[in-house]
Design a protein around this ligand. Structure first.
Ligand SMILES: C[C@@H](SC(=N)N)c1ccc(Cl)cc1
Length: 410
């Protein structure tokens, strides 16, 4: 969405995805849209819901993308309607550290698996221009093998991410297609240097930024994101993100699938001043504790694994975790892996979402100690709603519904 639009035109919204057929009663609390209120919905997991992982649109698309085959006509038909869908596969499966999606580059198509990142705005790929010592099994994009690639002369880029990783290089204009939706002259940033953590991550062939153009690092002229370039070809200037724990999720561009969710949608106005999908949470609760009303500025960030919130919120959460402490060696909250983890409840307008406590036990640092999926955002101008929250599911007893976050102008 072009950042020049007024703040009021950008929204983040949470769609509560319930099964296509649900016996769950939906109680809606609606507020007049024009007051930019959030619509809220309370939902009850449907006892008959068995989930679609392994089947449904994600698996269908994944199969076709896996063999670089054309999805069936019905999936292609969506494209004619200005919508496109692509899978989001977690890696490594047991940690959901990142989610990778197939992207078609150039002519003939070179398919790379990219980490879609709503927390940055550069589209960069591993390339044949990298020193071999900086590659580690990734698929390399080769501009010389594409008839639609043209050098963007005298332009370079260089990016540093929050975890200290980074990359840099040169730029071409190229045909970039996601879920059948194409940007014909997309600025594609060719890596000629990457940091060690990218070299060691064989699964990711690069990143695709979905934040706002204002933080693109190409110089002397910053370039537009793929989403900004394709917007005029979309049925609606938005995309939705449905990440899942240890299962294949979806990015959908151009539409909110009304068949895939029931109940109303919660909205929040986006502040684009920092170039991110930034908006206020309206409070939080720990487990079954009292909801604390407080405005907490956050960004929706698919490119960050964890959930990062102000220290007072993090302290309130871990106060409920027996044996939790701040480990100075890791610079993070840790706790006994046997601890009972309370759910984390967040407010978006009057909507209340929950992150299962089990999601906040992120991984073991030794045989008995686990690392927190919720950490402090101390020093940042905002909290970060990373994958731990975005993949949240409710009713983890085999029946569940998921959150889908929408970004753009509904
Ligand atoms: C905005 C993200 S980085 C990204 N998603 N590309 C971020 C910034 C700073 C810290 Cl400390 C951690 C994460």
């Amino acid at each position: 969405m072009a950042p020049s639009l007024s703040l009021a035109s950008q929204f983040v919204y949470i769609l509560s995805l319930l099964p296509l057929v649900t016996a769950a009663p939906i109680e809606e609390v609606l507020a007049p849209r024009n007051e930019q209120q959030s619509f809220s919905v309370s939902q009850v997991p449907n006892p008959r819901w068995k989930g679609i992982d392994g089947a449904g649109p994600a698996a269908l698309l994944r199969t076709f993308y896996k063999y670089h085959a054309q999805p069936p006509a019905a999936a292609r038909k969506a494209v004619e309607n200005g919508t496109g869908t692509v899978t989001a596969s977690p890696y490594p499966a047991e940690y959901d550290r990142e989610y990778l999606s197939p992207v078609s580059l150039g002519t003939p198509a070179q398919i790379l698996d990219l980490d879609f990142d709503t927390g940055s705005s550069d589209l960069w790929v591993f390339s044949s221009a990298l020193p071999k010592s900086q590659t580690g099994g990734q698929t390399l994009y080769s501009p010389g093998n594409s008839s639609t690639s043209s050098v963007l002369e005298n332009h370079t880029w260089s990016i540093r991410y929050g975890d200290g990783s980074g990359s840099s290089g040169t730029v071409v204009n190229e045909l970039v297609t996601i879920g059948g939706i194409s940007a014909r002259r997309q600025a594609l940033e060719i890596a000629t240097q990457v940091s060690g953590s990218f070299t060691q991550d064989a699964a990711s062939d690069g990143l695709l930024g979905l934040a706002f153009n204002s933080i693109n690092t190409v110089r002397p002229t910053p370039q537009k994101t793929w989403f900004d370039n394709v917007q005029s070809s979309l049925a609606a200037p938005l995309f939705t993100v449905n990440l899942k724990k240890a299962a294949v999720g979806l990015y959908t561009f151009g539409a909110i699938d009304s068949k895939a969710h029931t109940g109303s949608i919660a909205y929040a106005p986006v502040n684009t001043k920092n170039g991110f999908w930034q908006f206020p949470l309206t409070g939080y609760a720990v487990g079954t504790g009292k909801f604390s009303n407080s405005s907490i500025d956050v960004i929706a960030d698919t490119g960050t694994t964890l959930l990062m919130l102000p220290t007072n919120v993090v302290d309130a959460y871990y106060k409920g975790v027996k044996g939790a402490y701040y480990d100075t060696e890791y610079g993070a909250m840790v706790f006994p892996c046997t601890a009972k983890m309370p759910d984390f409840i967040f407010g978006l307008g009057s909507y209340r979402g929950s992150v299962p406590g089990s999601f906040i036990s992120y991984g073991q640092i030794n045989t008995s100690t686990c690392y927190g999926g919720l950490q402090s955002s101390e020093g940042l101008p905002f909290g970060i709603l990373g994958d731990i929250l975005l993949k949240a599911q409710e009713g983890n007893d085999g029946t569940w519904s998921t959150f889908e976050i929408g970004l753009g102008k509904p």
